[in-house]
Ligand binder design. Sequence first.
Ligand code: NAP
Ligand code: MN
Length: 265
Amino acid sequence: MRFTVTSRGDDVSNTLQQKIKRYLLDFGLKLDEQEPDIVITVGGDGTLLHAFHRYTSRLEDTAFVGIHTGHLGFYADWVPDEVEKLVIHVAKTPYQIVEYPLLEVVVRHTDESESKRLLALNECTVKSQEGSLVSNVEIKGDVFEVFRGDGLCISTPSGSTAYNKALGGAILHPSLASIQISEMASINNRVYRTIGSPLVLPQHHTCLIKPLNQVELQVTIDHFTLAYKRVKSIQCRVAEEKIRFARFRPFPFWKRVKESFIGDS
Ligand code: NAP
Ligand code: MN
């Protein structure tokens, strides 16, 4: 089996990264940064997001595992103390795979026939670089509303605990193949009207964001931001691809939600 270990880059994570590499090499596994079967990330959820984007071209053949060296993460849910156990699991036992849905984003330009297809593990956000975002929101081919406000956030179920949660979105279990649209400070008065509630769309229901003013858009996919002039539409739906996590012990989603946001009491 081929593996790689990535790190957030701080001293604690780097040290642990080297330790895991040594352990796995001693067990006879092959270090392969190009085509790993398993990617172990050391740091936080952000570290796993980075690793995901590095290996999006081989999602079918790669499983991810996250270790957190800071606070408990949603993707990074192993503690450094468990590393020995984890390493033995990786090397010696076949592991279970848990799949989580992803978001597919297609950005189309007004003056080009070209389009850009991206995958997000957490979310895509659309904002205007100057002033409000003014855009049609189409759902399944019909105009649903005209949105005016700071922006829109379209998240995956596993991303629902991130930016989406800060926007008042619901937390969705990652077994629900769906996407959630939440608003950022929509303008609502007699003239402008938006639904105001987060919407959850099932698989195959496409959401199309069509800007009505020619402003430069800021499109964020997880941790990276792209700036676009002349956007015709941004299409969002549940992706065909999924991310695969290697599971060595149960740590149910709702338990992670509780431990992250409620605590022990
Ligand atoms: P960051 O600024 O370090 O991330 C912000 C926080 O979100 C970090 O504490 C991060 O955890 C956490 N996080 C990431 N994915 C999560 C998830 N699925 N569930 C719960 N928490 C999660 O930047 P980053 O680490 O590169 O992460 C990018 C993400 O930040 C974006 O995808 C977006 O969801 C989030 N974000 C949130 C807000 C907001 O809440 N107002 C604003 C902008 C961006 P770690 O510390 O473990 O990395
Ligand atoms: Mn982070």
